[in-house]
Design a protein around this ligand. Structure first.
Ligand SMILES: Cc1cc2nc3c(=O)[nH]c(=O)nc-3n(C[C@H](O)[C@H](O)[C@H](O)COP(=O)(O)OP(=O)(O)OC[C@H]3O[C@@H](n4cnc5c(N)ncnc54)[C@H](O)[C@@H]3O)c2cc1C
Length: 335
């Protein structure tokens, strides 16, 4: 049988979960797949692997037509060996035309191996996907640290595979599907297991990743020195936020690349984004397009960031951040 010719070619999304909770990127990808399916009539399926997944099934159900459920204690924690053999055999059996996952550490580990195994095309770390009426995907991905963007199309047989960055798509707030759950026995062959996970260690003081946080507070070069980020951490602690930044401070070596917001960093989708001492260069604001409310503080009244802000304060961040932290602490302690 030729791939995707006489089978109903579904769009498959790898439904990554942690402790039984589906990751937000999964719902973003399923929402995009629902939009694609309106063009092509394809079914949307979630591929869920792990154990004790009742809550995840509930979360996924309105976003998919089918859930392929591979429930086995040996699939916790994730190892590429077991996921690879289980997913590859399912893909060969059902021949989806598209297989997408998040550009997460799991996605980045699993998808290239899977694509190699299936001998098919794979585009990593996409910041955009569009679907033609013929079911062909076009994938957009940054290259050379975001200096250029490549548009890539797939050719040949086999599923079109891509991993996509968080917050590339919005989560559909009125999903209306009801998934049929199809239980599948995973292919567990102890002979294929070449590594085992012996444990996890949480980084000291770790906060939610900026792509997952509801509130992100960020400082740019206006913060002047790495040690001054302490006032940002204090503000973040007071309101349960994560701390982001600009490329300028990352290039200075003041902050880690994982906290960089923007075109060559991460897209965030916070309910509240507060920018302090950030000029608002296009490369930065490209990463905040789906934030609900943006507050900007800059001493330059002509800073571009004010064009993207719902609320702006012209002033010195070294006065405003500590005052705001104290005020918010007072307000929150009376709630
Ligand atoms: C290919 C490419 C990709 C890029 N990708 C990214 C990206 O992903 N993310 C990103 O952020 N940038 C990116 N950049 C860099 C981007 O173009 C800007 O240079 C960068 O965002 C500027 O960072 P900034 O706002 O921190 O610094 P600046 O532009 O120097 O702005 C500092 C701001 O702080 C204000 N300020 C100073 N002191 C105070 C004070 N005491 N109180 C209040 N305000 C004060 C100033 O008025 C100014 O507006 C990229 C550039 C290129 C060429």
């Amino acid at each position: 049988m030729k791939w995707g010719v006489s089978m109903p070619n579904e769009i498959w999304i790898l439904a990554e979960q942690q402790d039984g909770k589906v990751k937000k990127i999964v719902l973003e990808l399923l929402s995009a797949a629902i939009d694609f399916s309106k063009k092509t009539g394809q079914e949307v399926s979630a591929l869920l692997l792990g154990s004790g997944l009742g809550e995840s099934v509930k979360n996924l159900s309105p976003f998919a037509d089918k859930i392929y459920l591979l429930d086995d204690p040996s699939l916790i924690p994730y190892t590429s060996d077991l996921f690879l053999t289980s997913i590859a055999s399912l893909v060969k059996e059902h021949q989806p035309s598209i297989l997408l996952g998040g550009a997460t550490s799991t996605g980045k580990d699993l998808f290239p191996r899977l694509a190699m195994h299936l001998q098919t095309g794979y585009v990593p770390d996409c910041t955009g996907l569009s679907m033609g009426e013929d079911g062909k995907l076009t994938a957009m991905r940054p290259l050379f640290g975001g200096k250029v963007f490549a548009e890539m199309a797939f050719s040949g047989a086999g599923p079109q595979m891509a991993t996509v960055r968080n917050n590339t798509f919005l989560v559909n707030d009125k999903p209306d599907r009801t998934a049929k759950v199809i239980s599948v026995s995973p292919q567990i062959d102890p002979a294929t297991i070449k590594k085992t996970v012996t444990g996890f260690e949480k980084a000291a003081g770790a906060k939610l990743d900026i792509t997952e946080a509801d509130i992100v507070v960020a400082a740019g070069r206006g913060i002047k020195a790495p040690e001054n980020f302490k006032i940002m951490e204090d503000l973040a602690d007071a309101i349960n936020a994560s701390v982001g930044t600009t490329r300028a401070t990352v290039d200075e070596g003041w902050r880690d690349l994982k906290d960089q917001i923007g075109k060559s960093g991460k897209n965030i989708s916070a309910k509240l984004y507060m920018a302090f001492g950030i000029s608002g260069a296009i490369h930065h604001v490209l990463g905040i397009g789906t934030c609900k409310t943006v507050v900007a503080v800059d001493k330059d009244p002509n800073a571009l960031i004010f064009n993207y802000a719902d609320y702006g304060i012209v002033g010195d961040l070294f006065q405003i951040v500590p005052a705001l932290t104290e005020e918010l602490k007072k307000v929150l302690s009376t709630e």
